[in-house]
Design a protein around this ligand. Structure first.
Ligand SMILES: [Zn+2]
Length: 521
């Protein structure tokens, strides 16, 4: 093994995973006792590793103010046009939440805005300068279909296709509310998935003054959407077709929407845990490479087979163990890299990447001086693999470093098998990428040493079916941590190399995140 990586040890990763996923930590719920204990443990381990506190007040903690926002079951939504009225039923027909974090009551004119995308780099603008202030926008998620990698990423989903983007853009435009008409092809999953993930409390970052936010960010089921469009004499297929054209212009629907959204709101305190090993170069030490892993999981929840603790061993005690071990190895280096290294265990990933979203708005090192974020989330304990996944790395100037590190460790880089699913946009590195920082996750592949072909895929599916987000995601003594050691070494090699490079990494020309990189302060 390479000298620098020699000090990374799978047995220490094992001990951290064993403790963090033990019943004593009660599933590391955000705002719960077990979550607070987990952050204390992480801060203690960072201190013992020799990494300094790097939170804003000189401690290891960065407070992350969250607000739990829950639409109440008597929420009402109705549409009126030409003397007729449709009433939509909460959950069956519509779901959604107030981003203003309060009860809402409003009337607004509905306007159809296609995919709701403004993408100058692809010469695409669904709004065409039409003023949508105070309006309720009706739209489809996803993006115009493409086979051309230079146009909305070809088959791969870009951020413009994600529903989160739709709400952000609509809020920036001053819209009152958004209703996304669900279709299975545009969403990539059925309405039942939308219904179950939206029909409960939504933990949001506490709204900051002056930050644009919608009074209602919601979805309509496919059937309810068809009824709404029919009220305007339109149908889903023709509207989807219109939305896929570059010539599309917003279509006022002549429909008045009435919404009455009673909302329960509660404050939740949580925190990121941030540690740093300073760089050795007098100038470059003001810049940093960041490593991230979320510490939170689902806490205590509905019992399954008599067990109500959602331990989150794979998801994501494993990433935290890797993070602590990399911090230890970095602090142990006799010759520190030029740039500093930040090791950040983040909160509220399961609530929608909230901990990293907060950090990106309140970084401890300016984003313009942040070289790279490497994220670690959910590692399987089945041994070393011959392949690794680094989706997104190929879009950055870090790519040659990643290729070289893979080559040195005899790892094959495995391409994203389902780029149209947009997995890149669903993990913590994304919050940093969204803010312009080159960022991606390191995941193990599926080709295990000493195992037959198909083994990796089989255990992946087994974990996903039986244990993903279940109380049975628990630590076992027979787990093999060699793969996690390998992932830590790989990340360490990339991180130390980038920390010593002359130039700060960036996104390639034409990438959707390059404008944010260039605008960073
Ligand atoms: Zn996770």
């Amino acid at each position: 093994m390479l000298a620098q990586e020699g000090s990374i040890s799978s047995s220490r990763i094992r001990e951290d995973v064993r403790f963090l996923s033990s019943d004593a930590l009660e599933g590391r719920g955000v705002g719960q006792r077990g979550g607070d204990l987990a952050t204390q443990y992480l801060a203690t381990q960072f201190a013992k590793a020799g990494a300094q506190p790097a939170g804003p007040e000189g401690s290891y903690y960065q407070q992350v103010p969250l607000v739990g926002v829950e639409t109440q079951a008597d929420a009402q939504l109705s549409a009126r046009a030409h003397g007729s009225e449709i009433r939509f039923a909460w959950l069956d027909d519509f779901v959604g939440v107030s981003e203003q974090q309060q009860s809402e009551q409003f009337d607004a004119d509905a306007i159809f805005v296609g995919h709701g995308i403004v993408a100058p780099e692809f010469q695409w603008d669904d709004f065409k300068g039409v003023d949508v202030k105070g309006k309720l926008l009706v739209l489809f998620t996803n993006e115009p279909p493409s086979d051309d990698p230079k146009f909305f990423g070809g088959k791969a989903l870009t951020y413009y296709g994600r529903w989160t983007y739709k709400y952000e853009e609509a809020a920036r435009m001053g819209a009152k509310a958004v209703l996304i008409i669900h279709t299975t092809p545009t969403a990539g999953y059925g309405y039942d998935v939308v219904r179950s993930s939206w029909g409960k409390e939504d933990p949001q970052l506490k709204l900051e003054p002056g930050h644009p936010a919608l009074a209602f960010a919601g979805w309509l089921s496919g059937d309810a959407g068809a009824k709404l469009l029919a009220l305007a004499g339109k149908n889903v297929d023709e509207m989807l077709k219109a939305a896929n054209s570059r010539e599309f212009r917003p279509i006022p629907l002549g429909i008045r929407i009435h919404a009455d959204i009673p909302t329960k709101v509660r404050q939740i305190e949580s925190r990121n845990v941030i540690a740093m090993v300073p760089g050795s170069d007098p100038q470059l030490k003001s810049q940093a490479v960041i490593f991230t892993a979320h510490w939170d999981h689902l806490g205590i929840g509905p019992a399954v087979n008599g067990d109500s603790i959602y331990n989150g061993a794979v998801d994501n005690a494993t990433g935290c163990g890797i993070l602590i071990e990399m911090a230890r190895a970095w602090a142990d280096l006799e010759h520190k890299p030029k740039r500093s290294a930040i090791f950040m265990a983040v909160t509220a990933e399961e609530a929608g990447l909230r901990g990293t979203e907060y950090y990106a708005a309140h970084p401890v090192i300016p984003l313009s001086k942040t070289a790279l974020d490497l994220n670690f989330d959910a590692f399987y304990p089945f041994g070393r693999t011959k392949d690794v996944s680094v989706t997104g790395a190929e879009r950055t100037t870090v790519w040659p470093v990643v290729q070289e590190a893979a080559h040195r460790m005899e790892l094959t880089i495995k391409p994203d098998a389902q780029p149209e699913q947009g997995h890149f946009y669903r993990s913590d590195h994304f919050s940093l990428a969204h803010a312009g920082v080159p960022a991606f996750s390191i995941d193990l592949g599926t080709d295990y040493y000493g195992k037959p072909a198909g083994y990796g895929q089989k255990i992946f599916e087994e974990y996903n079916d039986k244990h993903y987000h279940q109380p049975s995601d628990e630590y076992h003594d027979d787990w093999d941590f060699a793969g996690m050691e390998e992932a830590a070494q790989f990340g360490f090699l990339i991180g130390t190399t980038v920390a010593n490079q002359d130039k700060l990494p960036t996104w390639h020309a034409g990438d959707e995140f390059l404008p944010a990189r260039l605008a960073e302060k």
